[in-house]
Design a protein around this ligand. Sequence first.
Ligand SMILES: *Cc1c(COP(=O)(O)O)cnc(C)c1O
Length: 425
Amino acid sequence: MRKGIGSESARLFSQAKKLIPGGVNSPARAFRAVGGQPFFVAKARGSTLTDVDGNEYLDYVCTWGPAILGHAPRPVLRALRAVEPNGTSFGTCSALEVRMAQMISSLVPSVEKIRMVNSGTEATMSCIRLARGFTGRDLIVKFEGCYHGHVDSLLVRAGSGPLTHGQPDSAGIPKALAALTKTLPFNDFEAVRELFKREKRSIAAVILEPVPANAGLYLPQPGFLEELRHLCNRYGAILIFDEVMTGFRLAPGGAQEIFGIRADLAAFGKVIGGGLPVGAFGGRADIMDLLSPDGPVYQAGTLSGNPLALAAGLAQLEELQRIDGWKRLERKGRHLEQIFLEAIGKKPVCFHRIGSMFCLYFTRGPVRNLDDAKKSNTKHFAKFFRTCLQQGVYFPPSQFETAFFSLAHSHSDFEKTATVLTEAL
Ligand SMILES: *Cc1c(COP(=O)(O)O)cnc(C)c1O
């Protein structure tokens, strides 16, 4: 058995807390939902994190999604080294931007035009401004438990971060703005139909995670995405898929490919950055053409299309294509699912997986929306998390997050994890 958090991590955390709110630059890292203190990472390689005290952890957070090839993959490091001597930022056009636009539009058929940004938050924020600019309407529809970054209009009943920290909504968001965001339960056909019937042509856009992965992980019921597509067509609203998590992870064309739905606009991030800060949004050309400088919807970014970030992202996507990474991940996923289900046995735990994303809820389920997810016993989850961490297995430090594996995770990693699961459950 390991000891727990080492002395160097503890020392760094106490220094961090003096200068950084909560000691962290993103709240989930503070381990508040599970107790204890975060460990500080010195190095990440393959499926493993090594902390500043020399402890190793088998990592199922995968930097919250981007590390789909594993940590520090050779093709990405090689690409970074190749571009770095030419400079880190140009402030004007580079060939990498054209290559990335071609890559994304070739993988995602709904993307006729695309713009690069620096985070998922920027991508979703730009999507809703564009949808409002295009339709001339103000109302946005989102779903409980879906997280779309920390955009004011979208931080309403927004899943993992706020849930974990016990605030359903953030302070500092004007009521007048929040009132323009209508929130509905996910997978509730009737509620969506009702809202459209009531608001009709005031709805600018419906935004959702096609596979909600920020309140644990649950799937759209058959026909739900089709219904949203149908209602948006009928009432002239823009359908926005937030594929920041699912894009380039579930399939080359993301959830749109898997479920056969064409969104009007889509937001991307995480995997397309290869571990560097990147986001993107794109979709129908007639909508995207409203962006400045062609149109009246303003959007810009000093570091957007940054050469290092795009080189890393392109290298990651090209490697995934070259080795047919998505098929391999699905095969690995089936193996993981089989041995995890054996480890879970008859325990009251609900296991969900799609591709290389998975989640264990401490309830019998079924879990189809946020209310179901909240039935999970978070005390059991916290204990489970701590036991796994002590045994060197790092799951996301909240019940309301999704776990990931990468192409660097081996069968023996999964088997080791299943042994730890058996003990921790
Ligand atoms: C992570 C995430 C975001 C926010 O992306 P950031 O890069 O953290 O700003 C938005 N939407 C979804 C679905 C996400 O998972």
